[in-house]
Design a protein around this ligand. Structure first.
Ligand SMILES: *[C@@H]1O[C@H](CO)[C@@H](O)[C@H](O)[C@H]1NC(C)=O
Ligand SMILES: *[C@@H]1O[C@H](CO)[C@@H](O)[C@H](O)[C@H]1NC(C)=O
Ligand SMILES: *[C@@H]1O[C@H](CO)[C@@H](O)[C@H](O)[C@H]1NC(C)=O
Ligand SMILES: *[C@@H]1O[C@H](CO)[C@@H](O)[C@H](O)[C@H]1NC(C)=O
Length: 517
């Protein structure tokens, strides 16, 4: 009797120990530690703000896909307008420009473009002396225009050679007689570039054109991140890299236009380098077909979010299948993240949950142990929405991105406010999630930057320390965004070299290191 009960006590204690040590360490990492990771952002998925020079050689580089423009007739002094956002004839009758007067560019070549209205229709000029309408769902020759530029002024010419003009009746027609001069005339418009902030893989490849883009991306992929960076990470005791990839990786070496092959070879290299430094890899599907958030980092063409359609979702699952089958048995694989930052306004929760469940099963076809990582929707979403969703039974992780940025809430915060926010709000949220019954928690993106304009080195050190202390409690761990960045405070290597981020106090002494460095 006594023997039995003490056995039970032992079994109970053993379970207790396993639950506690198990839940807070990640299988496959050296020293049973948790993820202390860095993102390899801006490498295999281009983000212009991370490395602006990538775009420097593009002719007419301020007219890339997704650039928003407005046109004002110099004779009428009125803006071109797609009434109701599209569907009817275009007029030239507005004093003030707003969304109906703003057109998104689809670039065809450095001098030919298509113009998309706020509701997604394309300007059309059909036949001789057309009245320009805004009714086409998909563009072809009748929706393609030459745009000739001269200091802020433009002429817009249809493929057959006629120039558009603003008529005295405020219509837009394709019948200007002959060749206009740059003086004030009915065929001359002032073009305002309202926004030009998409600089992703689509813009780069379509901006340079295939051959030039191939050269630019080859140089970038071979030089931006190399084995030396893995050595650097190893020396600083980083045990994981999160690697953003785009859906076109599954079509290497010849992905659909305009995307450029070569990312698969780079990912293979990253896995080998990681393995040689005992670093693990998380493959993060950052850009899904159609774009899951309309941003450059999901390779959106013009800011639209076309992912949530059955076709795109099924293609995305094929990409996960491709990645899982290729890397499941690689010793450096830690996990696969099914989708980065789906938009809360554009991606319905049930669509996302269904995708995540199918993605989980696909990864499990190839690996019982690889972590399957799901990402919280961005925008105003409650992380708990994915907690109760029953996406999979084991080794499942929820990725949250913690930035004290991108929200007016942080705009006027002082250094001290920011630090307090980490210790109070972030910590409470993390503890609540750690204690909830559900996936492990991963702070898969965070940065030692804020919207404080004059932070000193020691302010940054304190802020970095607060974040590391708090995020280190996440049950799966964390990953810094990002390894390299033109903006130095975002750049992990700059932070380490300049002592703005101090990892030592959370990493402690790990004996294996002293002997390996
Ligand atoms: C567009 O303009 C043409 C030519 O003026 C006209 O025949 C047509 O009815 C107009 N369409 C609409 C939808 O207003
Ligand atoms: C995604 O879906 C959109 C809308 O259905 C479609 O136009 C687009 O071609 C799809 N994208 C890819 C890459 O298949
Ligand atoms: C920082 O604050 C300014 C206003 O002071 C705001 O315009 C900007 O968007 C903020 N930046 C970020 C990245 O949140
Ligand atoms: C930030 O402070 C400025 C100046 O006091 C104020 O005009 C602005 O409205 C504040 N912004 C927010 C988002 O609180």
């Amino acid at each position: 009797m006594e023997l039995v009960s003490s056995k039970w006590v032992c079994a109970f204690l053993l379970c207790f120990w396993l639950v506690f040590s198990g839940a807070y360490s990640v299988e496959g990492l050296r020293g049973n530690s948790k993820v202390k990771g860095v993102n390899l952002g801006g490498w295999l998925v281009v983000e212009g703000w991370i490395k602006p020079t990538l775009f420097d050689g593009i002719p007419n580089g301020d007219m890339l896909d997704g650039t928003e423009v407005q046109f004002k007739s110099v004779t009428l002094q009125k803006y071109m307008c797609a009434e109701n956002g599209g569907g009817v004839n275009v007029t030239v009758n507005r004093d003030v420009a707003s969304s109906w007067e703003t057109f998104k560019i689809w670039r065809v070549s450095e001098s030919t473009f298509q113009l998309r209205t706020s509701l997604g229709q394309f300007l059309t000029c059909d036949g001789e002396q057309c009245s320009v309408s805004a009714a086409a769902g998909l563009p072809s020759a009748s929706q393609t225009f030459f745009i000739e530029r001269n200091n802020g002024r433009v002429h817009i010419k249809v493929m057959s050679g006629a120039y558009l003009q603003a008529t005295v009746g405020n219509q837009l027609t394709g019948d200007y007689p002959g060749m206009p001069s740059w003086d004030d005339n009915a065929a001359t418009f002032e073009m305002t570039i309202v926004s030009n902030n998409l600089h992703g893989d689509f813009q780069l490849a379509n901006g340079y054109g295939h051959n030039e883009a191939k050269e630019v991306l080859k140089r970038h992929r071979n030089s931006f991140i190399t084995i030396d960076d893995f050595r650097f990470l190893y020396r600083h005791r980083i045990n994981t890299v999160r690697i953003p990839v785009g859906w076109w990786i599954a079509f290497d070496p010849n992905p659909p236009s305009p995307f450029i092959g070569g990312t698969l070879e780079a990912l293979d290299n990253a896995f080998s380098w990681a393995q040689s430094f005992n670093i693990k890899c998380i493959i993060d599907l950052h850009a899904a077909p159609g774009s899951q958030n309309g941003m450059e980092h999901s390779a959106s063409r013009d800011g639209s979010t076309g992912w949530p359609t059955p076709d795109n979702i099924s293609q995305t699952l094929d990409v996960i299948d491709f990645l899982a089958s290729r890397y499941a048995r690689h010793p450096a694989l830690l996990g696969i993240e099914l989708l980065n930052e789906p938009s809360v306004t554009m991606v319905p929760l049930d669509t996302l949950v269904s995708y995540y469940r199918q993605g989980y099963q696909i990864v499990r076809k190839y690996s019982q142990t690889a972590y399957v990582i799901i990402c919280q929707r961005i925008g105003n979403a409650d992380p708990l929405e994915l907690y109760q969703a029953n996406i999979g039974s084991h080794n499942i992780v929820l990725d949250l991105h913690f930035y004290n940025l991108f929200d007016t809430f942080f705009v006027n915060m002082s250094a001290a406010d920011n630090i307090l926010f980490i210790y109070k709000s972030r910590e409470a949220q993390l503890q609540a999630l750690n204690n909830a019954n559900g996936p492990l928690v991963f702070i898969g993106e965070w940065v030692n930057e804020w919207n404080v304009t004059s932070g000193s080195q020691s302010d940054y050190q304190d802020y970095g320390k607060a974040q590391l202390e708090v995020y280190d409690a996440a049950s799966f761990g964390w990953a810094y965004w990002t390894l390299k960045n033109d903006r130095k405070h975002w750049d992990f290597e700059w932070n380490m070299r300049n002592n703005y981020l101090q990892l030592a106090h959370i990493l402690g002494a790990e004996s294996e290191f002293s002997s390996h460095i």
